[in-house]
Design a binder for this molecule. Structure first.
Ligand code: NAP
Length: 336
């Protein structure tokens, strides 16, 4: 996720792809290294840029346990073993939905309009690790545009591993949109290997794309998108048993309001970014201005839109730590 100003650092900068050291430029690798971490190029291909010499390990704080690498942690989640036709999934008639977000300690979801500056290699390792074990990855159109989404899984070894696990090589990329306005050079839509499902209330279609595009049209009578029906169709027609939602804040609020999220994975970045609403008296007295990144708009948090009244209740399931960053896994309590 460091390519160009308009490309998401959390998405693309570092792939959690470990390859045998012999495949790398030996002049830059430590002889003791067994594995190296590679970085994709601006064009999303893997390059031989060596950026780390050992797999990142996470301290298991809750439940306590031995340190583990991202691959072991995501495998332990068992998401890849949750087929869409299990009795619970059939009862639910929608995918099992996991929401994955990153925020600063003071709750900011973006810096300078992107999530990348909140991320680090450990965060990216889990971010990409999660993508490797689910049937589909979903994001709102605002996120897809801001972060310039590309192919969801780029690494051939990870694609092979997915096949061995009985998953399709590339997760279905689900994009929620009502306006269906995307830049023509959006990497995801330009990728012939990607399968994209557009969840929309609109009857419109995209101009021709290199990616294969399906439409999940679920309009409510008032013209808005019925997310419940859209997820049911993802489950029943497109066989999506596990769905990883990567935001953004408006989509998160809509999903949570509709009771469509099972778990929240929150990566808490050890940063304080400030900003936010300015107290009117402080403003008058001290001339303080909001330092929000969006030109006077309140800075984004992981949710945007309506208040939850009462607030939703969550239950902590696990906590990991790496380099002062916390990775919290919460279950959303049924019925709020
Ligand atoms: N910290 C993090 O982990 C994280 C994660 C993701 C994104 N972000 C940041 O969040 C920002 C984007 O925020 P956002 O709230 O605008 O993102 P968003 O929720 O991804 O996008 C909003 C857009 O998605 C579509 N959409 C969302 N919910 C919909 C619904 N219920 N029905 C129909 N369409 C729906 C609409 O698209 P159309 O406009 O096409 O109709 C809407 O304008 C970016 O700066 C990004 O970097 C941060």
């Amino acid at each position: 996720m460091l390519l160009r100003a308009s490309t998401c650092e959390r998405l693309h900068c570092f792939s959690p792809v470990y390859v045998p050291a012999r495949r790398l430029d030996r002049s830059r690798s430590s002889p003791a290294s067994v594995y190296k971490l590679l970085r994709p190029s601006r064009q999303d291909a893997l390059t031989s840029t060596v950026i780390a010499s050992a797999p990142i390990t996470f301290r298991r704080l809750l439940p306590p346990g031995d340190p583990a690498a991202a691959q072991e942690i995501v495998t332990d989640l068992g998401l890849h073993e949750r087929p869409s036709d299990t009795p619970t999934a059939a009862e639910r008639r929608r995918p099992y939905v996991v929401l994955n977000m990153v925020s600063t300690l003071d709750g900011r979801a973006t810096l300078g309009g992107r999530s990348g500056p909140l991320s680090d290699p450990a965060d990216r390792a889990l971010f990409h690790g999660l993508r490797a074990v689910v049937d589909a990855v979903m994001a709102g159109a605002g996120t897809v545009r801001a972060e310039r989404y590309g192919p969801i899984v780029r690494d051939p070894d990870t694609r092979r591993l997915r096949s061995q696990r009985g998953l399709r090589e590339q997760p279905l990329a689900c994009v929620v949109s009502s306006g269906l306005a995307f830049p023509p050079d959006l990497p995801l839509l330009c990728d012939p290997d990607s399968e994209v499902a557009i969840l929309t209330s609109s009857r419109a279609s995209l101009p021709e794309t290199a990616a294969r595009v399906e439409y999940v049209r679920a309009p409510r009578p008032d013209g808005s998108l019925d997310l419940d029906a859209a997820l049911a169709e993802l489950h029943d027609r497109l066989h999506v048993g596990t769905l990883l939602c990567e935001g953004g804040p408006h989509l998160n609020t809509a999903l949570l309001s509709a009771g469509l999220v099972d778990e929240l994975f929150l990566s808490v970045s050890p940063l304080l970014a400030g900003g936010g609403l300015v107290d009117a008296r402080a403003s008058a007295d001290g001339g303080l201005a909001s330092t929000g990144s969006t030109g006077g708009e309140p800075p984004l948090r992981i949710l945007a839109g309506v208040d939850f009244d009462p607030p939703l209740a969550l239950e902590l399931r696990s906590a990991l730590e790496h380099d002062s960053r916390l990775f919290l896994r919460y279950r959303v309590r049924a019925g709020g």
